[in-house]
Design a protein around this ligand. Structure first.
Ligand code: TYD
Ligand code: MG
Length: 454
């Protein structure tokens, strides 16, 4: 009988090779090539011609009960999860080192455990004493969380299979190590293999598994994107180092809406929930100043007001700078181009800086008009009234497009003491929520009527 041919497959791009090498010739990734033996028929079974099991098919109208959920009682976390933790699900929580993932998950584990879930916290990074010290600092020593320090996946799986917990926190997936894979912990194949095994455990035993993942400099969870495909929910924990605000954002959720955010504040006693983020994001706002504009945004299911700050200054360089924090750089370039070519406002020889105050990352196109207004306000040295919010999408023609959830935006603004709004014309607005609305058809009108320029 011929010897089964062993082949080597890159786990990143799927290219096949006849021999192993450290770097994949096809995609350039390192340490992604693993040996794959061909499928061999088990004893007494012929692979070819063997009949599989017939599938039980259902139609789309089959009623499915909503998954039973366990709430932690931390409202900001439960909402991001889509209403609580779903059994038999895997959740990845990514974030920069030191942002507060361990703190958040220890607090969450304590809440879930106190609500009756059998909860394990397995740390591969810190000694149990360190985790206990943190628990003491957070005032959680009485919570019935079971703690272990371990990196060997085999030992962890044995424990989990015997103990059958309802919730397991693995901190972090990069420190876990499976002896089935010959690669260093944290490498692509280890992360993939351990995440796969833990996810399978979640499905098999009906437990919820939370994996902590560190993010690389490029902003990706170290290890392949594949981990994100394996799990049901991907949450990112974001924030600026210098700021105390932290934002938990769902980027994927099979059991709830994506793009939902939860806002926390890092305090000496751990993470505190922020139930009114608008007030927090606007708390540092001073007197109305040129370049500062309040955007009435929607994050997930919630309206959130944030301040956009712009600075426009003559540049000493031949190539003017365009620097953005908290907003998309490509979109800023687009807005500058529209201002230049549709409204006749040139930016040659001018540096443009744009910042979202408070460390929030805004992704909504509805912020276009707020960005344009902040830049115009800075460039023309004209401050908008202190009681004014702005929202609307800008098209390449310079026309303003109405955006969704106008009422919610206005309601939130009114709640925080704002009384006027600049918005696109043509939005079907039923209630104005006591706000005076300046409806504008295009950007040229905003340039001329609001800033007296153009
Ligand atoms: P940590 O949860 O260890 O971050 P990660 O797991 O994401 O690496 O928290 C990191 C920082 O949080 C650390 O610099 C100290 C700070 N911190 C507080 O400010 N207050 C607290 O109560 C705790 C526990 C930590
Ligand atoms: Mg940690």
């Amino acid at each position: 009988m011929a010897k089964p041919q062993i082949s080597y497959t890159c786990q990143s791009c799927g290219a096949h090779f006849t021999k192993w090498s450290g770097q994949c010739d096809s995609c350039g990734e390192w340490n992604t090539i693993v040996e794959e033996a061909p499928l061999s028929p088990g004893p007494g079974k012929a692979l070819k011609g063997a009949r599989g099991r017939k599938l039980a098919l259902t139609d789309l109208s089959t009623k499915e009960a909503p998954p039973p959920r366990s709430a932690s009682g931390m409202e900001e976390l439960d909402r991001v999860l889509g209403g609580g933790l779903v059994p038999a699900s895997a959740i990845l929580v990514g974030g920069d080192p030191g942002i507060g993932k361990s703190t958040l998950l220890l607090q969450a584990a304590a809440r879930f455990a106190s609500n009756g879930l059998k909860t394990f916290y397995i740390s591969g990074e810190e000694a149990s004493a360190q985790v206990r010290l943190r628990a003491a600092r957070l005032g959680l020593t009485d919570a019935p969380v079971q703690l272990a320090t371990e990196t060997s996946l085999r030992d962890i799986m044995t424990t989990l299979d015997e103990e059958r917990p309802d919730l397991v926190v693995i901190d972090s997936i990069q420190t876990m190590w499976s002896d089935n894979v010959e690669a260093a912990p944290g490498s692509v194949s280890q992360v993939r293999a351990t995440a796969q095994e833990l996810t399978t455990f979640a499905k098999r035993r009906g437990a919820a598994v939370i994996l902590v993942g560190h993010v690389t400099k490029e902003g990706q969870i170290a290890g392949p994107r594949v981990v994100e495909h394996m799990v049901d929910t991907v949450l990112y924990f974001e924030g600026e180092r210098g700021h105390q605000f932290r934002i938990l954002r769902s980027v994927k959720n099979r059991f709830g809406p994506a793009d939902e955010i939860g806002v926390f504040e890092m305090t000496g006693g751990g993470l505190a929930e922020v139930t009114n983020p608008s007030a927090l994001f606007l708390s540092e706002r001073g007197k109305p100043a040129p370049g500062s504009v309040v955007f009435a945004g929607i994050e997930g299911t919630r309206p959130v007001l944030v301040e956009f700050q712009a600075l426009v200054a003559p540049t000493p360089h031949s190539q003017p700078r365009r620097t953005v924090v908290g907003w998309d750089g490509g979109r800023l370039a687009m807005i500058l181009a529209v201002l230049e070519s549709r409204c006749g406002i040139p930016f040659t020889g001018l540096d443009v800086y744009l910042n979202v105050a408070g460390g929030l990352k805004v992704g909504e196109p509805a912020a276009d008009l707020a960005v344009a207004a902040a830049i115009l306000s800075a460039r023309e040295d004209v401050a908008l009234p202190a009681d004014c919010v702005v929202f609307g999408e800008i098209s390449l023609s310079g026309a303003l497009r109405p955006v969704g959830q106008t009422e919610n935006r206005l309601k939130e603004a009114a709640k925080l003491g704002f009384s006027s709004a600049i918005a696109p014309a043509g939005g079907k607005i039923s209630g104005r929520e006591g706000m005076s609305l300046r409806e504008m058809a295009d950007l040229t009108a905003v340039v001329g009527e609001v800033f007296g320029a153009g």
